[in-house]
Design a protein around this ligand. Structure first.
Ligand SMILES: [Mn+2]
Length: 365
């Protein structure tokens, strides 16, 4: 069972009754399109992207104190720590679709998550924001697709925004990565616009709150659309170069695609590792950016390797941390321990392959 109609109504009512909501949202496409839809519905309030950490922590208490909202809305963040709940006295609404959390200790916190009703129902936050706000549909569509979902309302997209979806597609990867997919390009335009400092991100997000049609950005038909497209294009060049370099790394490290690079500015590892997974579904994808003495990894598998248990083992005796979903994780490893970490992952991948195909592990001749 998904979120109940009563819950959607309660969320809408809380927004309706608030005069000054503060939205803390995940700075990915899902979190951002959730915020933009609710903000466009409410036409009041302020948004703050929660960057660089999956957690809303004590740092954000200050944001609440500064703005003095009458309602705090947390969107698409898997974890909120006790320090935040203890120090914020304002009523809090938390809408998410990650692993359900227990907030029963805090009477001022209301938690909404479809997985509370059915653990397999992890429809994205933007889906629920759409049910609350009524759209716009194209934002709800691109947010869901970017989060790897194909909700039922995609069929309305074809009608209302002809050309946004490719002529034929069967799975969400086709929508995201097929060269002809306009919605895939839109997802990337939004995703690249969310990178950089909080100020830069918010500049783009505010532009997004004023865009009427996805084609404004895709076809650069308005100044706001051009603004988004320009930022996208600056990063797209970087992204394409990185993708090509990763592709060259394929032959060397099979069955792992391992690529590390140095860059001080911003991370593209998550975006590029998702596309690599589409291109090489049999490989374990590991892309890391070296920054400040650390390798920051995005690790992906199309279903062959369950990543979290492998990570736990590989991080034993290693200065680092990591975690995430079954087939998509992040990890950070100190430079001095990186070789050890990679070797431990490689060892486990090979052990798993040998178990599955014992013959292939024997040397030829
Ligand atoms: Mn999400």
């Amino acid at each position: 069972m998904p979120l109940l109609t009563e819950e959607i109504d309660a969320l809408r009512k809380a927004l309706d009754e608030s005069a000054r909501p503060l939205f803390l949202f995940d700075d990915d496409c899902d979190g951002t399109t959730s915020f933009v839809q609710l903000y466009r519905y409410k036409k009041e309030g302020k948004g703050v992207p929660v960057k660089a950490s999956p957690m809303v922590d004590g740092k954000y208490v200050r944001k609440v104190e500064e703005y003095q909202p009458d309602l705090v809305v947390i969107l698409d963040k898997p974890v909120v720590n006790a320090e935040f709940f203890e120090n914020v006295k304002t009523p809090i609404i938390w809408l998410d679709h990650h692993k359900p959390q227990d907030v029963s200790k805090w009477s001022h916190v209301r938690y909404f998550n479809p997985r509370v009703h059915d653990d397999k129902d992890n429809l994205p936050t933007t889906y629920w924001a759409y049910k609350i706000s009524g759209g716009p549909l194209w934002l709800a569509a691109v947010g869901a697709v970017a989060d790897w979902h194909t909700p039922e309302y995609l069929k309305d997209v074809e009608e209302q925004y002809p050309g946004l979806l490719p002529q034929s597609w069967s799975k969400v990867e086709d929508l995201l990565f097929h060269a002809e997919s306009r919605i895939g390009k839109l997802a990337r335009i939004i995703s690249f616009n969310l990178k950089g400092s909080v100020q830069d991100t918010m500049k783009s997000v505010l532009v997004l709150t004023r865009i009427e049609s996805p084609f404004e950005a895709l076809n650069q038909t308005t100044p706001r659309g051009k603004f988004l497209y320009k930022k996208y294009q600056r990063l797209a060049n970087k992204y394409d170069t990185l993708l090509e370099r990763c592709k060259h790394a394929v032959r060397k490290h099979k069955p792992i695609l391992l690529y590390t690079y140095e860059d001080d500015s911003m991370s593209l590892t998550s975006d590029v590792s998702n596309e690599l997974l589409y291109l090489y579904p049999d490989l374990l994808i590991m892309v890391a950016r070296k920054h400040a003495g650390e390798f920051k990894y995005s690790i992906r598998s199309a279903g062959k390797y369950e990543i979290p248990p492998m990570l736990v083992k590989a991080l034993e005796g290693v200065d680092g941390y990591g975690g995430g979903h079954t087939f998509a994780c992040g990890a950070a490893v100190a430079e001095k321990d990186n070789e050890k970490f990679v070797a431990a992952i490689e060892h486990q991948v090979r052990a798993k392959l040998e178990k599955a195909h014992p013959d292939k592990s024997r040397p030829h001749g």
